[in-house]
Design a protein around this ligand. Structure first.
Ligand code: UDX
Length: 446
């Protein structure tokens, strides 16, 4: 197949490269000429394990190329995949201006039949809007397909080449079958739906996963008060096949480019049809509060006043194995610390440059090594569960800090790691592991 992918962000780039890996001829288009120049010289603008090798291999094989010329790229193609961004507007709604722009340009470039698929996460009804927009500008025949994307950052290549399912929404059976054929080598679980169901399914999936996270975070908060351990509770829950073990890791809440944006967008979508999605609104609120709990805990440990304290932050990316810092909990936590007069020293194995770009320079000492950040600190907050941190020598850490206060926002450390240390240790929903901040086990009375 000849495939044109529009937008070389996360979704577009990974999808395009993976389609080439399947043996198709792929051209990836982007308006950003510096991106195209970088991609042509083999540089991948995102950190994603395995992607650079895959791109190099397929470029060398002549199956993959990058261009800024959309018209040329769409000419003679079989499938156009729209994978442009849908950033949130201040209201939480998705901004569809890039989608509209792409639709118009595709319409003007079509020179024969093609399938136009939307992979960007878009509100229900957008595929129909794209279809109508193209139809209003061209007489060329085409079919519209919704092709939602479920890849996770950090494991995007694996998720794309071995997906749990492929969902194809279309009002043209023939077009849906063609797109299904393209994905056959990846999975047997291909589901063909109507367009609106495919669009809704994507939001519902992300909203459900976000709900699981906020749910377990609230359970963790209760565990702290009743003297139970959330990791044991989650493990036991996960053995129930109806619940499943995934996305039950308590911590400081979800971040990233999807969950925060998609949950807010779904609340808006519901609002437009006068439905108050109360559950999801609470999920979002719980997620916001969860970040602040960590700061509050620190405040309690220091007797209510953090001003003049030095706090080290380990981990800035919204999760490990990515340099993405969009909606990373570290952003808000650090802003709150600084507002309380804290001097912050921050370290991340790879996300530091991106974080600096987004956060600005306001009063943060950026460090090249984990121990350098911890040196002389009154407390350390672990915000991303990078493997490097789990392997840290806690004796060394203790001796390098001014005061041994460790806030483990991702439950990285185990009881044996802490043995022999004198840390004031706080983790999420594991009161029996906490040291120095251990609350008396309440006498439960009903
Ligand atoms: C997510 C979806 O998983 C993916 O299907 C969709 O296409 C895009 O959004 P991603 O944002 O890459 O992918 O990250 P994911 O691994 O899902 O984690 C999202 C956030 O949830 C991270 O901040 C992570 O730390 C947090 N999380 C995840 C938890 O706090 N607990 C968990 O148990 C799982």
């Amino acid at each position: 197949m000849n495939i044109t992918v529009i937008g070389t962000g996360y979704v577009g780039l990974v999808s395009g490269i993976c389609y080439a890996e399947l043996g198709h001829t792929v051209v990836c288009v982007d308006k950003d000429s510096s991106k195209i120049t970088a991609l042509r010289s083999g540089l991948i603008p995102i950190y994603e394990p395995g992607l650079e090798e895959l791109s190099a291999r397929n470029t060398a094989a002549g199956r993959l190329r990058f261009t800024g010329d959309l018209k040329e790229a769409v000419r003679g193609t079989d499938l156009v995949v729209i994978a442009v961004g849908t950033p949130p507007l201040p209201s939480g709604e998705a901004d569809l201006s890039y989608i509209d722009g792409a639709a118009d340009e595709i319409a003007d470039a079509l020179d024969g039949y093609a399938i136009v698929a939307v992979k960007s996460t878009v509100p229900v009804g957008t595929n129909e809007r794209v279809r109508d927009r193209i139809r209003s500008r061209t007489d060329m025949p085409f079919d519209s397909v919704s092709l939602p994307e479920f890849l996770r950052e950090g494991s995007a290549v694996r998720d794309t080449l071995k997906p749990d399912r492929i969902v194809i929404g279309s009002d043209s059976r023939a077009a849906a079958e063609k797109v299904a054929q393209l994905h056959k080598p990846l999975t047997d679980r291909i589901m063909i739906t109507d367009i609106r169901s495919a669009e809704m399914l994507k939001y519902a999936s992300n909203a459900f996963l976000a709900t699981k996270i906020s749910f377990i975070n609230e359970i963790a908060n209760i565990c702290e008060k009743v003297g139970a351990d959330v990791t044991q509770v989650a493990e036991g829950m996960g053995y129930d096949r109806r619940i499943g073990p995934a996305f039950l890791k308590a911590g400081i809440g979800y971040g990233g480019s999807c969950f925060p944006k998609d949950t807010r967008a779904l609340i808006q979508i519901a609002g437009h049809v006068e439905y108050d999605f109360k559950l999801l609104s609470s999920v979002v609120e719980v997620n916001r509060d969860q970040r602040l709990r960590m700061v509050q805990k620190l405040e309690t440990i220091f007797g209510g006043d953090l001003s003049g304290k030095t706090v080290a932050v380990w981990g800035l990316a919204f999760k490990p194995e990515t340099d993405d810092v969009r909606e990373a909990p570290a952003l808000e936590i650090m802003r709150n610390l600084i507002a309380r007069g804290v001097k912050v020293k921050a370290y991340d194995p790879i996300a530091l440059p991106n974080f600096r770009g987004l956060f600005g320079e306001s009063g943060v000492v950026w460090c090249d090594h984990a121990m350098e950040a911890a040196a002389g600190a009154d407390a350390l907050c672990l915000l991303t569960e990078w493997e490097e941190f789990a392997r840290a020598d806690l004796q060394q850490l203790q001796s390098t800090m001014k005061q041994p206060v460790l806030i483990d926002g991702r439950n990285v450390f185990k009881e044996e790691d802490l043995a022999g240390t004198e840390f004031v240790y706080y983790s999420i929903g594991r009161p029996s592991l906490n040291q120095g901040v251990r609350e008396e086990m309440p006498v439960l009375q009903f």
